[in-house]
Design a protein around this ligand. Structure first.
Ligand SMILES: [Zn+2]
Length: 690
């Protein structure tokens, strides 16, 4: 639901603008993708000098071996596992669909959710009829005073218009769940897309306006009227964009935390009638809430006042239809992809319907489907191996804190307190979510989607005023990703990422520490990155640093921000060092921790190479295996349009720069590959936080 609130810091952009991406293991029909081993000699370009360009050395052949499939914006390890596991989930949903299980069971819901999504003949035949009740509500809007009810109705279906109301852990009292209200309502990825003046941005805006007009035409508007309405919608969204918070600002918890009484918030946006809106959202009654972006709401009020009702109705219609485009006749689905896929990310073809319906089932019924997934694909030994590595990395952090020379003993005590309080969550939740109140029908693709979204909204809102559930997960089990949540102070590794190449039981310890060890270290370091370090052991936003230590810490993170700002993301576009600071700090710290843990493991004695993979790895040293494993986490092949979007919106640096940024800061790398001081991968000046 959230656009980009600092709820949690995750490992990778993977394939969507949020953090999610699914994964699994082999299944019928998965021929296009096979697991990439932890040690992938075929991806390497051994003609390259590792001291000049380590990414080229480790991943130089990857793009040739893995051309980007026509239906993807990029291809990397995450995408490979995502595709591979989407096929695994496909097997599970097909089986559920064929079972015709008893109504009300999870199996029936999974099967019907998937098969109704797949039934494009039925969807085409019904046309926009399933949207008609909502369209009628919008058409009936005759006064702006009636907006609160209409906006609440659409927001309950997760149609992102004007604002976003949900729940969150209180930043300053992590034991409680509070209401929060946030900016929303932009069709482009974030505010600067409306404001940049370069040629590419201007062009994209033209394409967006054309897209809005096309959707209105599909809804039955005359071409001339649609074009005029689209421009006015763009004006409205531009006004909202100007008052919206930007991606860098939204990383700072202090800037997205403003507790207000409902009454005083309501006064900032009278046109919304906040008390009525909150009630119509189905929220428990509240007296106060976090106003995430306080400057946005007076501007929202003014924008609505300044906009005529016809434009407001057109704005609501277009976002309603776009939001459900996949459950509408083909032309809507194609129009949506044409802009959001083809234009925005440069992807030529849309993904096959079955893949998208599998992903939709994961999104709608994630813990029901996830339960089937872990039963079949996640074994206790995978959990045990991960847990052992997590404990090793946590021990490494303890050692690192002891040994760093810039932090005072006083702050070190607090840092270790926080470290000891980190909760480790591996694979899947101990208690599964209950879907009994969610109704899924065999022949109602759009209704199923609406009900699943409302179910999710209710789930979030029902938390308000209740104790925090620390067992809860923000990602579904098959997700190829991981995250740290500062309010929970926990690290989370879904089952979906605990597979090759990230964890490969046939590879050496050194390779696995470079792969999954670096991932574990990355998440743990998020608790101590430029923003995570503002939260204490209990998950409260509370400064536990001495002023001198804080200053030294900021100098060190500043070094990382400046360093990455020099890197070119794509064409003329540099990495945004401030936007990516948390992730870059986590990448650097994570590798440091994985290195310390590996050194301890190697000190226990080198195990005999038993698998064919381990025997082939023996041609290089364990230290080299470690850096190679890490670099090969990030072997990738991206479309330039996609890279541009990532560089402008995503807190992660582009994959290949995640390799460079880390190795240049580790003298251990230069030592492992015999690089001379001053070579590109062994600069004289480097940065280190953890
Ligand atoms: Zn991260």
């Amino acid at each position: 639901m959230r656009q980009s609130m600092l709820a949690s810091a995750c490992l990778s952009i993977a394939l969507s603008l949020t953090c999610a991406a699914q994964s699994g293991a082999p299944a019928a029909g998965a021929q296009r993708f096979t697991p990439i081993p932890g040690y992938d000699a075929s991806a390497m370009d051994t003609s390259a000098d590792p001291c000049v360009d380590f990414y080229q050395y480790a991943c130089g052949n990857f793009a040739k071996l893995h051309p980007i499939p026509a239906d993807l914006p990029e291809f990397d390890q995450f995408a490979n596992l995502f595709e591979f596991n989407t096929a695994a989930l496909h097997g599970l949903v097909e089986k559920a669909a064929a079972a015709h299980a008893a109504p009300g069971t999870n199996e029936q819901k999974i099967g019907d959710y998937y098969s109704s999504c797949m039934d494009t003949d039925a969807i085409d035949k019904r046309g926009i009829a399933p949207l008609q009740p909502d369209l009628a509500l919008i058409a009936a809007l005759q006064s702006k005073h009636d907006l609160p009810a209409l906006v609440a109705h659409l927001n309950r279906e997760s149609v992102e218009v004007f604002l976003d109301y949900s729940s969150q852990q209180d930043f300053k009292d992590a034991s409680r769940e509070i209401a929060s209200i946030d900016q929303s309502g932009l069709g482009l990825p974030e505010k600067d897309y409306y404001l940049r003046t370069d040629a590419k941005s201007e062009e994209l805006r033209k394409q967006y306006v054309a897209h809005l007009a096309n959707v209105l035409k599909l809804l039955g508007d005359a071409p001339d009227a649609a074009t005029a309405e689209a421009q006015k919608i763009m004006d409205l969204e531009t006004a909202l964009a100007k008052a919206s918070q930007g991606v860098v600002e939204r990383r700072d918890p202090e800037k997205i935390y403003h507790m207000m009484t409902l009454t005083s918030f309501a006064a900032t946006v009278p046109i919304l009638d906040a008390a009525k809106y909150v009630q119509l959202m189905g929220s428990p009654s509240i007296t106060d809430l976090n106003v995430v972006a306080p400057d946005f709401f007076p501007a929202l009020n003014k924008a609505i006042e300044d906009t005529d009702l016809d434009t407001i109705r057109a704005y609501l219609r277009v976002h309603l239809a776009d939001s459900f485009s996949m459950r509408l006749p083909r032309a809507f689905d194609e129009e949506h992809f044409d802009f959001y896929g083809r234009k925005l990310t440069g992807t030529p073809e849309q993904e096959a319907r079955w893949k998208r319906c599998v992903q939709a089932t994961d999104s709608g019924l994630g813990e029901a489907l996830g339960q089937l997934y872990v039963e079949k694909y996640f074994t206790p030994d995978m959990k045990a191996a991960t847990l052992r590595e997590v404990h090793d990395i946590e021990a490494a952090m303890g050692k690192d804190i002891d040994e760093i020379d810039w932090m005072s003993p006083e702050t070190k005590v607090k840092a270790k307190e926080k470290l000891q309080a980190v909760a480790d969550k591996i694979g899947y939740p101990d208690k599964w979510r209950d879907y009994s109140k969610l109704e899924i029908r065999p022949d109602d693709a759009l209704g199923n989607s609406m009900r699943a979204r409302a179910f999710q909204v209710d789930y979030q809102l029902n938390k308000i005023g209740k104790p925090v559930n620390r067992q809860e997960w923000d990602m579904t089990p098959p997700t190829v990703n991981a995250y740290y949540d500062p309010s929970m102070n926990d690290i989370n590794f879904p089952a979906g990422i605990l597979l090759p190449a990230f964890y490969d039981k046939d590879a050496t310890d050194a390779t696995n520490f470079g792969h999954i060890g670096a991932v574990v270290g990355h998440e743990l370091t998020h608790g101590f990155d430029d923003q995570g370090a503002k939260f204490d052991a209990k998950g409260n936003l509370h400064d536990w640093w001495t002023p001198e230590d804080e200053k030294k810490f900021e100098q060190r993170t500043g070094c990382i921000a400046d360093e990455y700002s020099q890197f070119t993301a794509v064409d003329d576009l540099k990495v945004n060092g401030k936007l990516t600071l948390g992730e870059n700090t986590a990448d650097n710290g994570g590798m440091r921790l994985a290195w310390i843990a590996l050194m301890s493991r190697l000190a226990e004695g080198k195990p005999q190479a038993t698998t064919a993979e381990q025997k082939s790895e023996a041609s290089i040293t364990p230290e080299q295996q470690f850096f190679l494993g890490f670099a090969q986490n990030w072997c990738s092949n991206e479309r330039p349009e996609f890279l541009r979007m990532i560089a402008q919106t995503d807190p992660h640096s582009p994959d290949r720069l995640r390799v460079r940024g880390v190795v240049v800061n580790m003298p251990e790398f230069a030592h492992a590959f015999g690089c001379k001081a001053g070579q590109p991968m062994a600069p004289v000046k480097s940065c280190r936080v953890w």
